[in-house]
Design a protein around this ligand. Structure first.
Ligand code: B12
Ligand code: SF4
Length: 449
């Protein structure tokens, strides 16, 4: 049986935090390829359990926090050339180099290496895993897919070191991989007919799972100017709510998982025939299950009955996509929130039983044309209304409506260097505005305390 190595690479960045971060796309791919008859060896460079401490600068295990979140192990590393002038520590987050090499060596004759990458500016991790793999297994094909490849295909083709770059998602991506392997004479004996029905993602390949990310739909009906959702998933597709229910029950029953994080772009859209159906069933069963929404919920969808259901079903971490309280700016960015809607959503959540500390509001900072004052006002507004402010720094991306404006506003060459999409750089703000960021952060810290 041909064996494939699937890798979730390290993160090379100024900062990284494990906010229910798992390579869900790669794990779906793993299940499909298993079904197609391949043996899978999965290496999660961001795995915590097998991380070891060999490379960890402090020599200690990373601190873990509530509900499965926490720090990654980290090893300080030199900044890539385009970031040399940034006076900040840069690290490789994840398992040690030695652990990765050992994992790669475990497979004597891999048929291919498959690599994912979520952020456009995380490609140095991709380069590193591919470089090391090619040293150990020269001549074995390497296939790259995921968000970085899809948003920056030319850059990926030229720089990642992969032999093939797959630009599709879902079943198309699976077919592309099988075709590439067939062209190379690598064929497997399918376990069953490759079905269009999604098998569950292969979390069984990640030992010691503390939580499970769930994807119940793809796409989003909104069109925010700063977001790539429309490009990545032009159509909204929803899974059968009873299938979602079965998946949640399966992980809870078979693996004892209590924490679930939704990865949907639009979890609550059309809730009456979708999310409300499986959440009502979960609430009715009175299970020890907690839900988290690291990816924001839509403010507009938080009606009183939905807020009540979220509370009863066991939602613990609520994040709302407020972005800004400046209605004119909202209008320019896609009208995700209209006047009065945020107040109503928070009021509904509070009436349902959520406390202020359970409700977080994401506030976008660093958009072209956005002022520091507008961010400050939004932070104070969120506090006043009864939600904890969370600053989310803007990351400019190709294939978004704001891209051209972002390029024009930035001192960095965003178009040719994805490292400059890094939100830590606040690449679309000038030095004057950046100088006020520590004060904004301090304001947020004070409120959250
Ligand atoms: C869930 C999510 C998160 C989660 C974490 C997810 C994780 N794994 O760590 C959280 C909420 C923590 C998060 C945070 C952030 N995120 Co985010 N996130 C997403 C989201 C909504 C879904 C990603 C996902 O897992 N999808 C589900 C899986 C099934 O899809 P997939 O990974 O794309 O995989 C499919 C294909 O790509 C392909 N595929 C994948 N891998 C491979 C490999 C091979 C070999 C092949 C053939 C195919 C293939 O097949 C898969 C199956 O269909 C995307 C938007 C989107 N709709 O994609 C944004 C997105 C990736 N995030 C984005 C941003 C901006 C952020 C933040 C910077 C936000 C902020 N300002 O704070 C932070 C940064 C996080 C950090 N520094 O650690 C941007 C990307 C920015 C960039 N420059 O690349 C996106 C695109 C959203 C947007 N605004 O447009 N995010
Ligand atoms: S609502 Fe969220 S996912 Fe949808 S387009 Fe706007 S930012 Fe993207």
């Amino acid at each position: 049986m041909p064996q494939l190595i699937l890798v979730n690479p390290w993160i090379h960045d100024f900062a990284a935090f494990d906010l229910w971060s798992k390579p869900l796309g790669l794990l779906y791919l793993a299940s499909h390829l298993r079904q197609a008859g391949f043996k899978i060896h999965l290496i999660d460079c961001l795995g915590i359990r097998d991380a070891g401490t060999a490379d960890q600068d402090s020599g200690r295990r990373p601190i873990r926090r509530l509900y499965g979140t926490g720090k990654f192990p980290r090893h300080k590393t030199s900044r890539p050339l385009p970031l040399k002038h940034i006076p900040r520590a840069y690290s490789r987050y994840g398992i040690s180099l030695q652990s990765y090499v050992e994992e790669i060596r475990k497979v004597r004759e891999p048929a291919a290496l498959l690599v994912t990458c979520m952020m456009t500016y995380w490609y140095p991790g991709v380069q590193e895993v591919i470089r090391i793999f090619k040293e150990i297994h020269p001549g074995v094909p390497v296939i790259l897919g995921g968000t970085y490849a899809r948003l920056c295909p030319d850059h990926a083709l030229r720089n990642a070191g992969a032999d093939h770059v797959v630009l599709n998602d879902g079943m198309e991506a699976v077919r592309n991989v099988i075709e590439i392997l067939l062209e190379r004479g690598i064929e497997a004996e399918p376990r069953s007919e490759i079905s269009e029905v999604r098998p569950y993602p292969a979390f069984d390949l990640l030992p010691g799972m503390e939580y499970i990310p769930i994807l119940t739909s793809t796409g989003c009906p909104y069109r925010c100017a700063y977001c790539a959702s429309r490009f990545l998933y032009p159509r909204t597709e929803r899974r059968d709510p009873l299938d979602v229910l079965q998946e949640i029950l399966f992980w809870n029953r078979e693996y004892g998982i209590s924490d679930f994080a939704f990865y949907d772009d639009a979890l609550l859209t059309g809730a009456d025939s979708h999310a409300a159906v499986f959440l009502e069933e979960i609430a009715r069963r009175n299970l020890d299950i907690r839900f988290h929404t690291p990816n924001a919920l839509h403010v507009r969808e938080i009606r009183p009955e939905i807020a009540g259901l979220l509370f009863r079903a066991g939602f613990r971490t609520i994040r709302l996509g407020l972005e800004t309280s400046d209605i004119l700016l909202h209008h320019r960015m896609g009208d995700k929130v209209s006047e009065g809607e945020f107040e109503r959503a928070v009021e509904n959540l509070r009436s349902a039983g959520f406390r202020k500390k359970d409700i977080g509001a994401y506030i976008l900072m660093g958009m072209p044309g956005q002022t520091v004052e507008s961010v400050r006002e939004t932070v104070l507004f969120s506090d006043r209304v009864g939600a904890m402010p969370y600053l989310a720094e803007y990351s400019p991306m190709p294939h978004t409506a704001l891209w051209e404006e972002a390029i024009a506003a930035s001192e960095y060459d965003l178009a040719s260097e994805p490292l400059y999409h890094n939100n830590t750089l606040l690449p679309c703000w000038d030095e004057l505005r950046k100088a006020e960021v520590p004060e904004l952060r301090e304001l947020v810290r004070r409120i959250r305390r």
